[in-house]
Design a protein around this ligand. Structure first.
Ligand code: MG
Length: 157
């Protein structure tokens, strides 16, 4: 078994929605990012890469590379999963936490869970989605941005 951890942060900016776990969520702000700025999927990719000993998302999908401009972050997860499968590594489970004052994640929790399970080619029972505010504290509490953390366990086939 191999464990990995990932974290990502993006600032809020102009916009009417954010992408979280591959799900479009209406919001009064968007995120500032080179890709679609999906903090959950970026943290997930980093956790998967970390568990596999394959570095981080920036090494694989540079945020200065024009081909990733506005990219759908689901593509990153699919690419990373292929790297894992080539090494005979399978996802045992993932546990993701969103940190944000807003928007509320609860209404989208099951949709995000299903989307991530589908991307990882595992059953939804292997994916857990949590969310917390920071009780108004810090840059997240001031709603200046959004963050996500991910922990994954990989099994060696
Ligand atoms: Mg990111």
């Amino acid at each position: 078994m191999r464990i990995g951890f990932g974290v990502d942060v993006h600032a809020f900016g102009p916009g009417e929605f954010i992408m979280l776990g591959g799900v479009r969520i209406p919001h009064s702000r968007g995120v500032v990012a080179h890709s679609d700025g999906d903090v959950m999927l970026h943290a997930l990719c980093d956790a998967l890469l970390g568990a596999a000993g394959l570095g981080d998302i920036g090494q694989h999908f540079s945020d200065t590379d024009p081909q990733w401009q506005g990219a759908d972050s689901r593509r990153f997860v699919v690419s990373v999963l292929a790297l894992l499968h080539a090494r005979r590594l399978a996802v045992a489970n993932v546990d993701l936490t969103v940190l944000a004052q807003a928007p509320k994640i609860a209404p989208y929790r099951e949709a995000i869970r299903g989307q991530i399970a589908q991307l990882l080619e595992v059953g939804a029972q292997r994916v857990n989605i949590k969310a917390t505010t920071t009780e108004g504290l810090g840059f997240l509490g001031r709603a200046e941005g959004i963050a996500a953390q991910a922990v994954v366990l990989l099994s060696e086939e």
